[in-house]
Design a protein around this ligand. Structure first.
Ligand code: THU
Length: 127
């Protein structure tokens, strides 16, 4: 199995999702082949919940990684789950038009570019 998907699957095991019971794992790979993982971390206020994708990318940034080549997301859904709108914005900021590998627990995998899911983004080029 693709090691990035494997990493996302393992991270999903750590999901803190007592409110939705929807467990998500993510993994980002940087240009040096380093892999950073994340799971969703929910909060009793709901609104402070962090998605797996943002946890993974923030961990990577805080560890000094800057150039990213792939992002994998794993959830237990019929068809592979795409990142939410907030995560698309954050991923665009740090990864640009990166390759996204979306997978479910049945091994169905879909590969898309972030730009396909997030056309006409607002970013630093407007500032
Ligand atoms: N969630 C993610 O972690 N990533 C996604 O791509 C979609 C949603 C989380 C947030 C929340 O903890 C739960 O899934 C239900 O929305």
């Amino acid at each position: 199995m693709d090691r990035l998907i494997e990493a996302a699957l393992a991270a999903r095991e750590n999901a803190h999702a007592p409110f939705s019971n929807f467990r998500v794992g993510a993994a980002v790979e940087d240009a040096n082949g380093r892999v950073f993982t994340g799971c969703n971390v929910e909060n009793a206020t709901y609104g402070l919940t962090l998605c797996a994708e943002r946890v993974a990318i923030f961990k990577a940034i805080s560890e000094g990684a800057r150039k990213f080549v792939r992002v994998a997301v794993v959830a237990d859904t019929d068809s592979p789950t795409p990142p939410c709108g907030a995560c698309r914005q954050i991923l665009w900021e740090f990864c640009g038009d990166v390759e996204l590998v979306l997978t479910n627990l049945h091994g169905q995998t879909e590969t898309v570019r972030l730009g396909e899911l997030f056309p006409r983004p607002f970013d630093a080029s407007f500032l």
